[in-house]
Write a protein that binds this ligand. Structure first.
Ligand code: S3P
Length: 181
């Protein structure tokens, strides 16, 4: 870890269904940090659900709201930030998050993701004729961005508890070697 990094927060990025919110909540509890979920922040600002933003205003409007939220996250302190799946697939957003947070990517395969999300109908990007193929394609397109996280955690073979412990260990070690401001 670059000693010039400032690590006040922990940001979780990764594809839909990788457990960012669940792991984020648990990590925040263990650290005594606040917890924010970027999708919930966007919904509170837009006064509608992510699904409605996509349906009524389009993805571009959602991405603009996401951009504004990323900017505002720089004000966070002692916060675990769970991000929407597309947020960490944007280089500007990654650079911005790394200014104040350790960026951890939760990773798993397209098949595992499909098994986890197939019965959830609230995700607008999966309302397509062949969601399984779409996951594979989108994951491949996003992988080069996700790989730029500070830490990549393969959640597939791990139990939830082990993922949380692993993330907490990585965070503690990064905070030890980075400057704490
Ligand atoms: C998206 C993932 C969703 C949500 C939106 C777009 C994406 O969040 O932000 O539907 O582009 O992958 P989750 O990763 O929490 O499902």
């Amino acid at each position: 870890m670059n000693p010039d990094r400032t690590i006040r927060n922990l940001a979780l990025i990764g594809f839909m269904g990788t457990g960012k919110s669940t792991v984020g909540h648990a990590a925040a509890y263990h650290l005594g940090f606040d917890f924010v979920d970027t999708d919930r922040l966007i919904e509170a600002r837009a006064h509608k659900s992510v699904a409605d933003i996509f349906a009524q205003d389009g993805e571009e409007v959602f991405r603009e709201l996401e951009r504004q939220v990323v900017e505002d996250l720089a004000q966070c302190d002692r916060t675990v930030i769970a991000t929407g799946g597309g947020l960490g697939a944007n280089l500007d957003h990654l650079v911005s998050l790394k200014r104040h947070a350790l960026v951890v990517c939760l990773w798993t395969t397209a098949d595992v993701i499909w098994e986890r999300v197939r019965h959830h109908s609230h995700r607008p990007l999966l309302r397509v004729p062949n969601p399984r193929a779409h996951i594979r394609e989108l994951l491949a397109r996003r992988e080069p961005f996700y790989r730029q996280a500070d830490v990549l955690v393969n959640t597939g073979p791990r139990r939830l508890r082990d993922v949380i412990c692993h993330v907490l260990r990585e965070f503690a070690s990064a905070r030890r070697s980075a400057r704490r401001r």
